[in-house]
Ligand binder design. Structure first.
Ligand code: CCH
Length: 278
């Protein structure tokens, strides 16, 4: 006999706004970097997705294979273990969300469309080392890496604007310092600094990088500077330095595209936009 009490919900749809709010609640932390986990969560999601190869259709934000060695040990992923562990508390509270959806959700913002449905894969699906960009290289390397994911020149420049957030750590990448003076705020400051400051090579024993001549406190990677040395990239840098609204709009679309790499879709999926608390 089938009574209401016998109806057990299966395939329960997680409450993504609730999980988004729980992530928002752990972002602020005076003991972590500049006071927020936001930047390293963005880097985690990007490194999970940026392994995509459009020709073999391998890698991408489906799978969360960075949980496993060898992908967790790839040099580019140094320091991301802390971000994965930080998100473990959210996973424990919400076991129904996949790691791959959780990492992608943790990089979300109110204007970025988000679609759930990523499925975790096993260690055998780890991507080979070398699929993420090498910061010591220039524009032709950036094109090799990002064209492989399916991005064009404008999209490469849009994504690089994420470097408004966070900083480089000598114990992770070997580089040192933030790109902007407000590394926990998402702005078009990366482009403004790139064009507005005079960049000189940092005098140190570490890997080649640049610092602003005036204060020596802000930094640029060789790959960042290549965006204004390259004739095709530079006009996009100029455009986004002038127009922050346009940058926000384009970033939302291109970051969404990044987060969809390698995720099978039918086209009928529900698209989520999240409300922030403030
Ligand atoms: Fe990046 N990035 N990134 N980056 N990145 C680093 C840190 C962050 C490159 C190199 C580095 C993107 C593209 C590139 C973030 C988001 C994005 C670091 C320092 C290096 C090196 C790591 C450390 O020491 O902690 C290169 C090269 C490219 C080529 O395009 C893209 C695309 C995104 C996202 C859309 C964020 C955020 C950080 C800060 C992380 C933190 O912990 O503060």
């Amino acid at each position: 006999e089938l009574g209401a009490k016998n109806i057990v919900p299966t395939n329960k749809e997680p409450d993504y706004q609730k999980i988004y709010d729980q992530i928002a609640d752990v972002l602020e932390d005076n003991d972590w970097d500049d006071g927020s986990w936001g930047p390293v969560f963005v880097r985690l999601a990007w490194h999970a997705a940026g392994t995509y190869d459009k020709n073999t259709k391998t890698g991408g934000s489906n799978g969360a294979t960075m949980r496993f060695s060898p992908e967790s040990d790839h040099g580019a992923n140094a320091g991301l273990k802390a971000a994965r562990e930080k998100l473990e508390s959210i996973k424990k509270k919400n076991p129904e969300i996949s790691y791959s959806d959780l990492w992608s959700l943790a990089a979300g913002g109110p204007k970025i469309p988000w679609i759930p449905g990523r499925k975790d894969d096993e260690a055998a699906a780890c991507t080979p080392d070398g699929r993420l960009p090498d910061a010591s290289k220039g524009s032709s390397h950036l094109r090799d890496i990002f064209y492989r994911m399916g991005f064009d020149d404008r999209e490469i420049v849009v994504l690089a604007g994420a470097h408004a957030l966070g900083r480089c750590h000598p114990d992770r990448s070997g580089f040192d310092g933030p790109w902007t003076s407000s590394p926990t705020m998402f702005t078009n400051g990366f482009y403004q600094e790139l064009l507005g400051k005079k960049w000189v090579e940092k005098k140190w024993k570490g890997p080649k990088q640049f610092v602003d001549k005036e204060t020596g406190e802000l930094m640029m990677l060789p790959a960042d500077l290549s965006l204004i040395q390259d004739k095709a990239f530079k006009p996009h840098v100029e455009k986004y330095a002038k127009d922050e609204e346009l940058f926000f709009k384009d970033f939302a679309a291109v970051f969404h595209k990044l987060e969809e790499l390698g995720v099978p879709r039918t086209g009928d999926e529900k698209v989520y936009y999240f409300k922030t608390k403030d």
